[in-house]
Design a protein around this ligand. Structure first.
Ligand code: UDX
Length: 445
């Protein structure tokens, strides 16, 4: 198929180049000419494992980037809308989705062939049918259904693992106004013969996306609430609690050699310093706001956000036990990105932790394998220096804060135990086995 994708961020670029890799002809559209030129030079514009190779394999034959939306839509059969849907205060912001829908509608006005417009951006339930579809009809002067199709195809991509998640999805959800739209979307994913494909309405597809993210966020805040109680109780470790809980067949249905093996770090029941990123916080808040707008209070999800907002402070509360006065003290911060595998700092728990320590006059030594450049835009150079290795970062520190679970931090016990004096490790992700470190504290124990 000939496909156009509007928006070359995490979702648009990964979806576009992966679809090209399955054999489609894809044009990714963006208003940022510099980004377009970079992509066409096969330079990865985002930090995603495997993106460089994908671009090299597809740019110039099945894939290109362009600023010319009109030509991209005219020359394609299906357009994916993959622009941002930020959350501002009390509602999701649909200005980018609406603007792109207008532009696509104007092209459809002059287009004779049948075309399918598909929303891939995360939008609250009802948006595709009640906002995007009317704009397309008004601006094209045509009728959805007979003249063009309208669908909704949510993404389930994790940053840092987005290409893996696109190429090996757990499920593909295809919303559509009619069977013709569903058939076009079926053809788009024809290469995914091993994957469950769910054909449904646009509104249900939107709701599946929000519910999936809200459930994962709820599980994280649940583990954090239990972890906070473990801390208050004393003598109970949330990691051991979650191990025991996971031996329930309903949580760990898969057996290995007839034994239930705790699926650590895969069930989103890991207590820590909180979830960040561009999805969980935004999507949960957007769904809360949407529920309220529909007269349906969202008590549970409000608590999910409230608990999460309080988690970064737990790191500082633990630090205060060992360094009650951080002013002038050397505090090492390991990990700045909101999760490993990405340089994305959006809503990272490192932001409130570092900013509060800067305000207290601590001497922060920070290290993140890839997020340093993003971090400098946020923290500047006040009371913080950036290092290029774990050992340089922790050398001489009074305390070490682990904020992001980068795999290279697994060697911490060896490095810490060789120091004199040994700094306390505050494990914000419960990554390091507590018995392997001479001075250890962590969330939820
Ligand atoms: C998430 C969803 O997983 C993905 O399906 C959706 O399409 C987009 O949003 P992402 O935000 O990229 O993906 O990252 P994810 O790996 O899900 O982690 C989100 C946050 O939760 C991270 O800050 C991580 O540290 C935190 N987390 C994750 C926990 O605190 N505890 C856990 O057990 C798991």
């Amino acid at each position: 198929m000939k496909v156009s994708v509007v928006g070359t961020g995490y979702v648009g670029l990964i979806s576009g180049v992966c679809l090209a890799d399955t054999g489609h002809q894809v044009a990714c559209v963006d208003i940022d000419d510099e980004k377009v030129q970079k992509i066409n030079r096969m330079d990865a514009t985002i930090h995603e494992a495997g993106l460089g190779e994908l671009l090299e394999r597809n740019v110039g034959n099945r894939f290109c980037a362009t600023t010319d939306l009109r030509k991209a839509v005219q020359d394609s059969e299906l357009t994916l809308i993959a622009v941002g849907t930020p959350f501002h205060g009390d509602a999701i912001d649909l200005k980018y989705v609406s603007a792109v829908a207008h532009q696509i509608g104007e092209v459809l006005r002059d287009k004779r062939d049948y075309h399918v417009v598909v929303v891939k951006s995360t939008v609250v339930p009802g948006t595709t049918d009640n906002v995007v579809l009317p704009i397309l009809e008004e601006t094209s002067g045509k009728k959805a259904g007979p003249d063009f199709g309208v669908g909704m195809n949510p993404e389930f991509l994790r940053e840092g693992e987005a290409i893996e998640d696109f190429n090996f999805p757990d499920r593909i959800v295809l919303g559509g106004i009619d069977s013709r739209t569903h058939d076009a979307l079926g053809a788009l994913y024809s290469a995914f013969k091993e994957t469950d494909i769910l054909k449904t309405s646009n509104k249900t597809a939107e709701m599946i996306k929000y519910t999936a993210n809200s459930l994962l966020a709820t599980m994280i805040s649940f583990s954090n609430e239990i972890g906070n109680l473990c801390t208050a109780l004393g003598g109970v470790d949330v990691s051991e609690v979650m191990h025991g809980v996971h031996l329930d067949k309903r949580l760990t249905p898969i057996l290995e050699n007839k034994r239930r093996i705790w699926p650590r770090f895969t069930t989103y029941l890991e207590a820590g310093c909180g979830f960040g990123g561009s999805c969980f916080p935004k999507d949960v808040k957007a769904l809360i706001a949407h529920g309220k707008k529909k007269g349906q209070p969202m008590h549970l999800l409000e608590s999910v956000i409230e608990i999460n907002d309080g988690q970064p402070q737990k790191i500082l509360d633990l630090l205060a036990k060992y360094v009650p006065e951080p002013q002038g003290r050397k505090i090492a911060v390991l990990g700045l990105a909101f999760k490993p595998g990405t340089d994305d700092m959006r809503e990272s728990p490192a932001i409130p932790v570092v900013k509060k320590l800067q305000a207290k006059g601590a001497n922060i030594i920070a290290y993140d394998p890839v997020a340093e450049n993003e971090a400098r835009k946020i923290f500047g150079n006040n009371h913080i220096v950036y290092k290029k290795s774990v050992s340089d970062t922790i050398s001489g520190a009074a305390a070490v804060l682990l904020i992001t679970r980068w795999q290279e931090f697994a060697d911490l016990p060896k490095l810490l135990n060789a120091m004199d004096p040994v700094p306390v490790l505050i494990d914000g992700r419960r990554m390091i086995p507590k018995d392997n470190v001479r001075r250890y504290d962590g969330i939820g124990m």
